[in-house]
Design a protein around this ligand. Structure first.
Ligand SMILES: [Ca+2]
Length: 141
């Protein structure tokens, strides 16, 4: 689904031609994989943070809480990929990140008290998450 106007589904927020769903409920915290499955069921992907302005928008909808984003190095520790397939080079790493770890292969945007800066986390860890869909159409890699 490609969006052509500013209409997002109920519960989704519009920004820059895309629609975003932030799963903020504590009970709905889930693994990175499961979060991506939930996004896909909405024809979306875990969010791709393309630039500082989008990060700022996301920080706004996240409020105090953190969230999974679509970045990961699950296939190859040296190669970070966005699950949406986008080739975005923007990053917002916390100090000393991304840390080298065989186990922590998924990227989490931390809570507001850490400026939503990104850290590597075990993909199985449960977290809130944010889905994005829009001008970059959903497709399976
Ligand atoms: Ca994006």
């Amino acid at each position: 689904m490609c969006l052509t106007d500013k209409r997002c589904d109920n519960g989704w927020s519009f920004y820059g031609g895309n629609c975003y769903f932030r799963e903020g409920r504590k009970k709905a915290r889930t693994s990175w994989e499961k979060a991506q499955e939930i996004c896909e069921s909405e024809q979306a992907n875990l969010v791709t943070v393309n630039d500082a302005n989008e990060q700022k928008f996301l920080s706004g909808i996240l409020g105090k809480k953190g969230s999974w984003c679509g970045l990961n190095n699950k296939d190859d520790e040296k190669v970070f990929k966005w699950v949406s397939g986008e080739e975005s080079k923007y990053t917002n790493w916390a100090p000393k990140q991304p840390r080298k770890s065989k186990k922590a292969r998924c990227v989490h945007m931390q809570m507001a008290r850490h400026q939503h800066k990104w850290v590597m986390r075990k993909c199985a860890k449960k977290a809130r998450f944010t889905c994005e869909k829009g001008k970059f159409c959903y497709y399976t890699l």
